[in-house]
Structure formats: C-alpha cells, structure tokens
Design a protein around this ligand. Sequence first.
Ligand code: ZN
Length: 197
Amino acid sequence: MIAPQANGVNGTTLAVGAYENLIREQLQMLGHNTKSDGLLETPQRVARVHLEHFNHSEDPIADAALHLKPFDAPANPGLVSVRCSFSAFCEHHLLPFFGTAQVVYLPGEQITGLSKISRVVNELCKRPQIQERITSETAEVMMRLSPVGVLVDLVAEHTCMRVRGVRDACSSTRTRVATGDFKNDVDLRNQAVSMLD
Ligand SMILES: [Zn+2]
C-alpha cells in the first residue's frame, strides 16, 4: 500500500491517488478493462515504479555529489577503476535503459569510497534521462574530488530501440567522457582507457 501522499519533484507533494487515476484513465483510453484481474492493481504498481524511480531534488548534481564523502588519498594512489550497473528511464519515451558504467579516475588529494561511485551514477538516474547526460554528469560530479582526470564510460541497452522504432534487438550504446588532464594528455588518457573492461 502506498501512502496517500508522496514527495514529488522539488519538494512538491504528490497526491498518489490522483496519479493512479491518471494511469487508470490512460489504460481505459487505450480500451483496456482496468477491472480485470491482471490490470486491477496496475495503476498502483506503475505509480510505485515512478515514485521510486523519479525521486530527485531540484539540484541532482549536488545530490549526487553528497554521496562522495571524500577522504585523503594515499601517496601515489594510481588509477582507480570502478564498474557498476545502472538503470534509468529515457526522457524521450519513458522506457528503461540499463547497463554498466565504468569510472576511471586518477586521484589528486582526495578519493571516495568505491561503492559511492555506484551511488553517484544511480543518483543521476533518478529523473528522465539520456545516456549522454548521465555520462557527462558523472564526470562532473567526480571532478568535485579535484582529481587529475576522470574517464566515464557507459554501455547500455535501450528498450526504446528494441521494442519500438527500429526494433533492433541487438543494439547497444556506448558513451564516453574524459575530463581534467585526461582530456588533453593522450598518454594519460590511454592509460585510463586501458583500464576499461
Ligand atoms: Zn528513448
């Protein structure tokens, strides 16, 4: 059972019942019987999915950066690489896309917990998104550690490419952003790229 009200975007209050009604009406407009066994609780379920997933404040970058909780880097920390999974909804079709994100960085004076990087990526997924933006925003958040450089590489499957439009069941999309010294120092960037799985 969902509470009658939930926190909406930017501190607004969302009337969950009204939201469920919208989803019910949508199904009815499409000609479906929303009293059937299978669809009876669907509006509630869809509301739950949306409320759980689209749950961000007005400054998602700042929210994501809160996860970093930096601490002092050891001497000569070397390259750090973390690979994690993520899932998001595309802002064009509200269909899911999901895959892996790999973040490679060369710390300056600060590092962050390894699991925090996964939290950063997934925090950035809490609004309708595009893969390109998650990639660049992850790099932007990681730059708050003042590292020497950051490389972010995402590979994802987009259901909007698989179930509609081109209907390409084997498609996948890769996006990559290099920032800091990785942007212009080819040797350093190549070292970072060699860490990619
Ligand atoms: Zn899409």
